[in-house]
Every structure is written in structure tokens, then in C-alpha cells.
Ligand binder design. Structure first.
Ligand SMILES: [Fe+2]
Length: 365
């Protein structure tokens, strides 16, 4: 996968690879096309940002386009996929020994934060449904979304939100320098292997140090994202206020997304279980408990439209989320109509039904 400027393409050039540019994953200009002025105009019209992607078929694996298509907002979809493709391209380039293209990262952060500021709940919904299968790349986008949305709820300035978004995209970039067989080992890591993994914040920081224009607090957020308030984190074992606020925001988002994602060594946990684990870790002083409370209040644990199964065996859809009790949504109970369809059959307020709880998520819309 390669991100290219449309201005680098000239009429008369023959494409060595197909060009994908509308994010619908239908090839617009197939390999072998001789470019004309009309082609270039079309590319510019579809891509007002002025760039497009050359994509190989394997780049598309792992994206649930069906789920993504349910999001009824082109700008949100575009920003989400742009950050995925850009993040993946930066990561893969670095793994091959190429420098980080920070300009592309800035561009995608601009797009992502613009959409996030106007369509925050849709963005959170996309992060929650795990549209992308590949954990590493899904995680960098999701952390950027969770962290910048959290920063927005803390009333950070637009520039600070952009910095946090950038740190979210880049927070695990150091993993590009860690052997894949260790990163994707399905079983328990040996002590030695874990020590190698623990190098990734510093490796990422060192790479970002090569980019002069990057702000130091973005680098620090990457370096410190595995530090813990009680000093049990790594690489420096910092404590409490020694850890930057940006980094604390990233580390809470990182921890939450890791818990709610499938990993090669364990399955995901449900949002309310992740919330409990996060609160439990805060009581051990891993994280600032007040920040964790604010984070959980801000994110959409069960987005509206999520289809769930209850401990009663019933199937239901989330229709309302009480402001202070995001773990106890109001549900629309669904019943089979005998013709392979599910039809609405009454409402249930989990806030009032204390013995009923969600046991699994079927899908999110
Ligand atoms: Fe990390």
C-alpha cells in the first residue's frame, strides 16, 4: 500500500498498480491504465485532499466493509479508513527501514479530528465495533479515536486534541521494530520475550526523535504510554504526576481498547467488563481513578443500535443510554417472527431491572 500525491501523477503515465481512491474498495483505475487528463480530474474531484492510494488486494483483508457501510456518513468513514491506511503504511514502511512520513500522519490527524469534533459518537461507534480485524492497525486508530474524544470531553483545545490524536496513531509505532513472531505469539510470552516487547515505547520515541518538527509532548506521550501511576509501568517506572497528562489519556484509551479487542492469546471482553477491569486497575493506582471515571463516562460502551443478548436469553437492541449510567442502557426487546426476522417486542430499562444484564454483543449498527 502506498499513499501518493495526485500531483505526482501525469497524463500519459501507465499505472503499474491499480489506484483506489474512493474508499469503496472498487478499483477505479486498474493496473495498466494509461492516465489521461480526465482520469486526473476524476481523481482530484473524488479526493479533495489531493492524494490517493495504491492498494494491493491483501491490504483490504481484515476490514469489515459490511459493518463500515452501516455508518451513514461518508466523511466519518473516509476519515476512519484514511487513518487506518495511513497508520498501516507508516508502520509497514518503518518496519522495512524507511523513515516515518510525518506529513501523512498530520494530514490524517486533521481529517480524523475534524470528523471527531462534529460526529464524536459515530466515531466512537466505529472504534467500538472493531471494523478492522488486524489488531495492530485497528488498535492505533481506535486509541486515537478514544483518546482524542476523551481529550475533547476534557475541553482540551483543538490543537491539543490533534496532538493527542497523533500520539494515539503513533503510540505503538516502536512495535514495527520488534520481531513479528514475538508480537503475534499465541501463547504466554517468556520473560525474555516480554522484555523485548517492553522496548517498544523507547524504540518509538527514538524514531520520533528523528522528526524535528514533532512536538516533544507527543514524543513523551509515546514514550510514557505504558507507565503506571503506582510506578509499576515501563520503561522508566515513572509515578503519579511524573507521567504527562497526554500520556495518561493515551494509556487509558490503550488499556480499554486492548481489553475489548480479540488478541492472539485471548478473546475480547465486553465493554462493561472492561470498565470493571479498568476501575479495578485504578483502585490499585495503575491509573488516576478520576480520569478513568471521566473516560468511561465519555465513551459509548454500548452504542445505540448495538444488538445484544441478555442473561434471560432474550435478544435486544440498545435504544437509549442514560447519561450517568452508560452500562445500563434502555433496550428494545426483539423476538423472532417465525420467518427468520426479528421484530420489536417491548422495551426494557436495565436501570430498573437490576437482575438483568448483557452477556454478549451480536452486532453493532
Ligand atoms: Fe504499547
Amino acid at each position: 500500500m502506498k499513499k501518493i500525491k495526485i500531483s505526482e501523477l501525469k497524463a500519459g503515465m501507465t499505472l503499474n498498480n491499480s489506484i483506489q481512491c474512493d474508499f469503496s474498495y472498487k478499483t477505479l483505475l486498474p493496473k495498466g491504465t494509461k492516465l489521461t487528463r480526465l482520469h486526473l480530474e476524476k481523481l482530484k474531484n473524488i479526493n479533495p485532499e489531493g492524494y490517493c492510494f495504491i492498494i494491493e488486494p491483501e491490504d483490504l483483508k481484515g476490514i469489515s466493509l459490511e459493518t463500515l457501510d452501516k455508518v451513514n456518513n461518508e466523511g466519518v468513514k473516509r476519515a476512519f479508513l484514511d487513518s487506518y491506511i495511513t497508520g498501516k503504511s507508516i508502520y509497514q514502511n518503518l518496519a522495512c527501514g524507511n523513515p516515518i512520513n510525518i506529513k501523512f500522519a498530520y494530514e490524517t490527524v486533521d481529517l480524523l479530528t475534524e470528523q471527531l469534533l462534529s460526529h464524536c459518537s459515530l466515531m466512537l461507534q466505529l472504534a467500538a465495533v472493531k471494523v478492522i480485524d488486524e489488531y495492530s492497525f485497528s488498535h492505533m486508530v481506535n486509541v486515537a479515536i478514544y483518546a482524542s474524544s476523551f481529550a475533547r470531553s476534557l475541553n482540551y483545545s483543538p490543537n491539543a486534541i490533534k496532538d493527542i490524536c497523533l500520539a494515539g496513531i503513533l503510540h505503538d509505532i516502536g512495535k514495527a521494530k520488534i520481531p513479528q513472531d514475538i508480537l503475534q505469539k499465541p501463547g504466554k510470552l517468556t520473560e525474555e520475550e516480554f522484555e523485548i516487547i517492553k522496548r517498544h515505547p523507547k524504540l518509538g520515541y527514538d524514531e520520533l526523535n528523528k522528526i524535528q518538527e514533532l512536538k516533544e509532548h507527543v514524543r513523551q506521550a509515546v514514550l510514557q504510554h505504558h507507565e503506571r501511576a503506582n510506578g509499576s509501568g515501563y520503561p522508566l517506572g515513572l509515578k503519579g504526576k511524573e507521567i504527562s497528562l497526554y500520556s495518561q489519556v493515551i494509556s487509558i484509551a490503550d488499556f480499554y481498547d486492548a481489553l475489548t479487542s480479540d488478541r492472539c492469546y485471548r478473546g475480547r471482553v465486553l465493554p462493561h467488563e472492561a470498565a470493571e477491569i479498568l476501575m479495578g486497575s485504578s483502585s490499585l493506582n495503575d491509573f488516576d481513578i478520576e480520569l478513568v471515571r471521566l473516560f468511561l463516562k465519555n465513551i459509548t460502551l454500548y452504542p445505540i443500535g448495538t444488538e445484544v443478548v441478555l442473561n434471560t436469553g432474550q435478544r435486544a437492541r440498545v435504544v437509549h443510554i442514560p447519561v450517568d449510567f452508560p452500562l445500563r442502557p434502555t433496550l428494545q426487546i426483539m423476538e423472532p417472527d417465525g420467518l427468520d426476522q426479528w421484530i420489536p417486542a417491548g422495551r426494557l430499562e436495565l436501570l430498573k431491572e437490576t437482575t438483568v444484564f448483557i452477556t454478549s454483543i451480536i452486532s453493532c449498527s
